[in-house]
Design a protein. Structure first.
Length: 180
């Protein structure tokens, strides 16, 4: 529950902060620019998560694939280490998100909150109401998502980690409707 509250406070705080910043820069930026930036960030994150999920599924299916991949791009060589077992990051094997892990997760989840805050500032909404509503709904959906995630993973035997990528891409596409 502590991790859920940490995630909630950071996400709502970032939404509130982006509302404040949005109201300050509103006279200087066109709304379409913030929409394009929000779309781009969410789409890229979604694409990365989707590819990450697909890559992990392939590696789990084919155990003989080397987990160290050498790549080159425009004469830049780099090495990718692919991990098919995210549970290995759980050092204490607690199967729970620590406070530090919750804070990092909240920062990545807050990307949509930044665009919401900016967009709300451009729509001249009540910032305090948005912040309070964000606190309530973030916690409710976080707990519901946790419950639903446990239900789904108990009843399925296949990898659905790619689904988070699809959700981020869906959020990105929904930002395109903000332009219209």
């Amino acid at each position: 529950m502590l991790s859920a509250h940490i995630i909630n406070l950071i996400c709502a705080g970032i939404t509130g902060f982006s509302l404040l910043v949005g109201s300050i820069v509103k006279p200087y930026l066109p709304l379409w620019l913030t929409t394009v930036v929000a779309f781009s960030v969410l789409f890229i994150i979604g694409l990365i998560k989707l590819l990450d999920g697909v890559t992990k599924a392939i590696i789990k299916k084919h155990h003989n694939i080397n987990k160290k991949i050498n790549c080159s791009f425009f004469n830049f060589k780099f090495v990718l280490y692919v991990y098919a077992n995210p549970e290995a990051a759980d050092i204490d094997a607690s199967k729970h998100i620590s406070s530090a892990e919750a804070a990092l997760l909240a920062l990545s989840l807050s990307l949509d909150g930044i665009s919401v805050g900016f967009g709300a500032a451009f729509a001249d909404v009540n910032g305090v109401a948005v912040f309070l509503w964000s606190l309530i709904t973030n916690l409710a959906f976080l707990l519901f998502g946790h419950f639903l995630g446990h239900k789904i993973t108990r009843n399925t035997s296949f990898n659905i980690s790619w689904l988070s990528g699809v959700v981020f891409i869906g959020l990105a596409l929904s930002k395109l409707f903000d332009i219209a």
